[in-house]
Ligand binder design. Structure first.
Ligand code: NAP
Length: 282
């Protein structure tokens, strides 16, 4: 039995879809906090909240492998993921697969602090594990892309730094492969897109796809934080996003293109240009 947490989220739903192409539906269960949202997934549904250890233990019963998709409640996630790992130990789960962040153990990205803490708990748990350090999704830039197509300006504070993003669906496919094939015990995979793009290049792609001239305007970190707080983000969250761009500018975390994702899924990752044109056609 393969149990997927976060299956009502963007990534989790795609993992279930990809799993159903590989194994019968009765071998998959979705462990979700909102069962009413999971009825269309086509697999059995179990109620599980990362903040409720007993619910997690019940949801993981009989699982050969659990995919723990990192939560989205910032500040609570280290504790929530620890609850899930402890529940997996108690339920006797054979292997736990965790979606982490690029180079989580390096301490470079502020956003990855809770992933680093989770990885440490997982490694100390004695569970057989596979860690999927997913780099950025193309989808993270959906709003920036549509906004720039409308305004003619793409803003970020990443300088000439490059981003090896990939489509969420490619990461989901990799998770499905790792959940259904052998050879991934106690491995850590740095997953990213085949090529890394700069924001100036992204602006060119948006121009090409929209037919409107789009320029990249590089902001200072302070300007970026002010812009994000102006959009209504709390200052600490704005700081974390600006820290991502500062790291892109520096290089070495989000521009990594080792080809591991491509190798796992057995085909090239979806290029950003293809994502941009698909998004702007809608
Ligand atoms: N690599 C990247 O670029 C990137 C970008 C964004 C996020 N992420 C990380 O990757 C994860 C998956 O991405 P995504 O796009 O699928 O995010 P998402 O659509 O926000 O999905 C997050 C999932 O976590 C579930 N969840 C949150 N808190 C929970 C709790 N207390 N108990 C049980 N389930 C809980 C949500 O349940 P509900 O459906 O009930 O809300 C949802 O299914 C995110 O949560 C985040 O940690 C990575």
């Amino acid at each position: 039995m393969i149990v997927i947490t976060g299956a009502t989220g963007g990534l989790g739903a795609l993992v279930v879809e990809s799993l159903l192409e590989r194994v019968p539906a009765d071998q998959v269960a979705a462990a979700v906090r909102s069962p009413e949202k999971a009825s269309g997934l086509g697999v059995r549904v179990r109620a599980a909240d990362y903040s409720d250890p007993a619910s997690l233990e019940r949801a993981f019963a009989g699982a050969d492998v659990v995919l723990l998709i990192s939560g989205n409640e910032f500040g609570k996630r280290a504790e929530q993921h620890t609850n899930a790992i402890n529940a997996a130990v108690k339920a006797g789960v054979g292997r736990l697969v965790y979606t982490s962040a690029p180079f989580a153990d390096s301490g470079r990205l502020a956003l990855a602090d809770e992933h680093k803490a989770t990885e440490e708990v997982l490694l100390a748990s004695g569970l057989t594990y596979t860690i999927l350090r997913n780099a950025w999704y193309h989808e993270n830039y959906a709003q920036a892309i549509t906004g720039a197509a409308g305004s003619g300006v793409l803003t970020a504070s990443a300088g000439d730094g490059r981003v090896a993003s990939a489509a969420r669906a490619d990461y989901a496919e990799a998770a499905a492969v790792v959940l259904t094939t052998e050879g991934h015990d106690n491995k850590i995979y740095e997953l990213s897109g085949d090529t890394a793009w700069s924001f100036a290049e992204l602006a060119e792609e948006i121009s090409r796809a929209s037919g409107r001239a789009v320029a990249y305007r590089n902001l200072t970190t302070e300007e970026h934080i002010a812009q994000l707080t102006g959009f209504g983000l709390p200052e600490p969250v704005a700081g974390v996003f600006a820290d991502v761009d500062a790291n892109i500018a520096k290089g070495g975390v989000l521009d990594h293109t080792p080809g591991v994702l491509r190798e796992l899924i057995g085909h090239p990752t979806r290029p950003i240009a293809d994502y941009v044109s698909g998004l702007l056609k809608k």
